[in-house]
Ligand binder design. Structure first.
Ligand SMILES: NC(=O)c1ccc[n+]([C@@H]2O[C@H](COP(=O)([O-])OP(=O)(O)OC[C@H]3O[C@@H](n4cnc5c(N)ncnc54)[C@H](O)[C@@H]3O)[C@@H](O)[C@H]2O)c1
Length: 271
């Protein structure tokens, strides 16, 4: 169902790897809501080919960019404005990667080169995107930048490894850059802290399925799906949230403010 919430808006959507990706759902919904956008991902993700299907479906052009490269991001913002015919109204940062997690290296024994890489790909890339966009004045007044986060930014989740620091840094960039970009150009910067979601990045985390079920039974509304995350994201791209900035917004079915649920308590009951 379309309310044309993004009619006439132009944007960049990063991070759509396959149909499970949160960014994939966001691209589908943004298209439904009338937006025009470019799609971007790391050149290596392009070789897997899936993104072309999304590009056809959403009439979007694909511009490869490694989000850690300022040059490639500069090209992304330049080409996107050329293709779409003007300044951008929204940008999605949906990027995360930890080699320590991929290689099953425990948190207490992290490889520091991989640790630095995780911070660069998953967090500093947001700073780079914002800095490139601001220097080029590529985002219109009232424009909206959204990044995806996870509650391990704020609380200990042993399995989340060095992605916890990556998300803590990401949320800090949302606040700090949000201040500067808001003052200078009235551009908004927020993060959505999403429920565990069955995607390539999510499922790569050890014990993910057990934790997915735990979070589902703790949350009064259950886990939030990728589709519902996309709906929420559309509202943040739209003009209905013009005064929301520098926030980390929980989209988790109530998980973050629930102490315990009856379902979880029942598992510990001795009756
Ligand atoms: N899946 C979950 O449980 C969950 C929960 C909360 C937040 N998130 C966050 O949502 C975002 C999207 O992840 P997802 O779950 O949709 O998984 P995903 O694996 O589909 O998406 C991650 C994307 O990051 C891209 N990427 C990796 N390195 C890159 C680089 N150097 N340059 C550009 N792109 C690069 C990948 O190609 C991929 O498209 C991530 O920030 C993730 O941490 C996921």
């Amino acid at each position: 169902m379309s309310n044309n919430l993004l009619k006439g808006k132009r944007g960049i959507i990063s991070g759509a790897l396959d149909p499970n990706s949160i960014a994939w759902k966001i691209a589908e919904k943004a298209f439904e809501q009338g937006a025009a956008f470019t799609l971007t991902n790391a050149p290596i993700a392009m070789r897997m080919g899936e993104i072309k299907k999304l590009a056809e479906k959403t009439k979007a052009e694909i511009i490869p960019a490694d989000a850690t490269s300022v040059d490639e991001l500069t090209n992304l913002f330049t080409k996107s404005q050329e293709i779409l015919g003007g300044k951008l109204d929204f940008v999605l940062h949906s990027i995360g990667m930890s080699t320590n997690i991929r290689k099953n290296i425990p948190y207490t024994e992290l490889n520091y080169d991989f640790y630095t890489k995780a911070l660069d790909v998953s967090a500093m890339s947001l700073h780079k995107m914002l800095s490139v966009a601001m220097k080029m004045d590529a985002i219109s007044e009232g424009g909206s930048v959204v990044a995806l986060s996870y509650i391990a930014a704020q609380r200990a989740y042993p399995f989340y490894n060095d992605m916890a620091e990556s998300k803590a840094m990401l949320e800090s960039i949302v606040r700090s850059f949000g201040y500067h970009y808001g003052k200078a150009k009235k551009v908004r910067v927020n993060s959505i802290s999403q429920s565990p979601t069955k995607t390539t990045a999510g499922s790569g985390i050890k014990g993910f399925d057990d934790f997915f079920n735990f979070a589902d039974s703790l949350s009064p509304l259950g886990n939030a799906s990728a589709e519902s995350c996309a709906d929420y994201c559309i509202t943040l791209f739209s003009d209905h949230t013009r005064m929301v900035t520098m926030q980390n917004l929980f989209h988790d079915g109530g998980y973050s403010t629930t102490g315990v649920s009856t379902e979880v308590m029942e598992k510990f009951s001795d009756k």
